[in-house]
Design a protein around this ligand. Structure first.
Ligand code: NDP
Length: 434
């Protein structure tokens, strides 16, 4: 905290990891001797830059851009770009730090990075989005590349923004380096299944947790927060597996549909019309809209999938979920539960899938996109989805194994952190003091 004052989100992410690693350091003194904790929590590089652009009224606007290149011990930096007014150095660092362990868990050769800007895409025209994104890339391009650092999307950044960034990169650098971004459009190097990967992967992970306890999605009531990329495809897969998804949200409020959410309507409102989730009740008047997004956790459910943003489940929301009988929580978002909320879930035997493991499907398929780009071929949706399924099962099994091996059976927070850490730490030691 002294070294990184005011970086609350980063402190939170680091505390969770450090607490989990206590049994590893007790068993393996080599990590202490090599100063791994100090090295791994210091980014290799943190880039901050000015992003000037001109709005539709001809006024000059200035935002701040970030890229943290946290760790390249096992592969090129890999992690998304976030456009949201809340973005600051602490948020980018927490996301980049988590990404190191998540990427290691996937079993793919990718290091940890993350980037973004405090630019607010809400209400901006396509032209404004393009001019901002081009300006952002005009600085970022010099730090990224298919073997150096490979960004993708995150909050506020989808295929449209990735397309603009890729176009500007190509224009500056020349050539067609498809592997410099993932989450690209299908017509120019994108992978089938990438759009669905994070949401589907989260559901596959939770399915494994449930299976171990003789439970399943079939017939369960599910609540999914958010209505963005991760949420929509978590909802889709949960419905495919026979669940009834009764609520979802955006940053203004949530909808409750006791008959089960009509996903086609949500997709059209959010993906095509880019409108607010409150529009849903105009077409489905029997459904309810409530202002305030935190209220979604008061909706009784068997399975809760927080898929919106960090710290969206605090201790009060966790208490309500538990009182309403929640059996499993799977984090589609990054760090959506506070440390106190996680402790409460674990103390009450709620099955808990931490984001680092449960939402690793997105970056896994991003790594598959990089492989396809390198090989200059594209796999079918079924092929990618089967690989994703296999990866999520493996992440689950490795996390369970590490938790048991280090004295915390059933604790997937500890298991995922340890399983992700060991591979990176060993690679760092092998590469010397760098
Ligand atoms: P999107 O921008 O597509 O969607 C985000 C959703 O969450 C929107 O419904 C948004 O509502 C809501 N939201 C955003 N900020 C807040 C907030 N402060 N309070 C309440 N609701 C909010 O982003 P993604 O779906 O891509 O990302 C969601 C989460 O998943 C993030 O934590 C991200 O880091 C994580 N993640 C994403 C991956 C991916 O592949 N995209 C991979 C792994 C993790 P509104 O429209 O009102 O802003």
């Amino acid at each position: 905290k002294k070294r990184n004052p005011g970086e609350y989100e980063f402190h939170q992410a680091a505390k969770e990891i450090f607490d989990s690693l206590v049994p590893v350091f007790a068993k393996q003194p080599k990590y202490m001797e090599h100063g791994i904790l100090e090295s791994i929590s210091e980014p290799e590089r943190m880039i901050t830059f000015r992003v000037p652009w001109v709005d539709d009224q001809g006024k000059v606007r200035v935002n701040r851009g970030f890229r943290v290149q946290f760790n390249s011990a096992i592969g090129p930096y890999k992690g998304g770009i976030r456009f949201h007014p809340s973005v600051n150095g602490s948020i980018i660092k927490f996301l980049g730090f988590e990404q190191i362990f998540k990427n290691s868990l996937t079993g793919q050769p990718i290091g940890g990075g993350k980037g973004g800007s405090d630019f607010d895409p809400k209400g901006k025209s396509d032209g404004e989005i393009m001019r901002f994104t081009q300006s952002f890339l005009t600085e970022l391009y010099r730090y990224i590349g298919p073997d150096a650092d490979v960004p993708a999307g995150d909050i506020g950044v989808g295929a449209r923004e990735v397309g603009f960034m890729f176009g500007q990169y190509k224009r500056i650098r020349g050539g067609f380096e498809a592997g410099v971004f993932t989450g690209k459009g299908l017509g120019y190097g994108g992978s089938l299944g990438r759009t669905e990967a994070t949401g589907y992967g989260t559901v596959y992970f939770v399915e494994e947790m449930l299976k171990d306890k003789g439970l399943s999605f079939k017939g369960s009531t599910v609540v999914v927060s958010g209505s963005g990329n991760v949420s929509i495809y978590a909802i889709e897969k949960a419905i495919q597996l026979g669940a009834s998804v009764v609520a979802c949200s955006d940053s203004n409020g949530y909808i409750f549909d006791k008959n089960g959410i009509n996903l086609e309507t949500v997709k059209r409102i959010k993906e095509v019309e880019r409108k607010r989730i409150s529009e849903y009740v105009k077409e489905h008047p029997h459904a309810e809209y409530h202002t305030g997004c935190a209220g979604i956790w008061t909706v009784p459910c068997d399975i809760a999938l927080p898929c919106a943003t960090q710290n969206e489940i605090n201790v009060d929301s966790a208490k309500i979920l538990i009182a309403n009988g929640v059996k499993a929580v799977g984090e589609g978002a990054n760090m959506p539960s506070t440390l106190e909320a996680i402790d409460l879930f674990l103390a009450n035997d709620v099955l808990f899938g931490p984001g680092k493991a449960a939402n690793a499907g997105g970056v896994s398929v991003s790594a598959l996109e990089m492989s396809q780009n390198s090989m200059r071929l594209s796999w079918s949706f079924e092929e990618v989805d089967a690989k994703l399924h296999e990866i999520m099962e493996k992440i689950y099994r490795n996390s369970v194994k590490a938790a048991a091996e280090y004295g915390h059976p059933g604790n997937l927070v500890v298991g995922a952190n340890i399983a992700g850490f060991i591979k990176v730490a060993d690679a760092m030691i092998a590469q010397g003091v760098v």
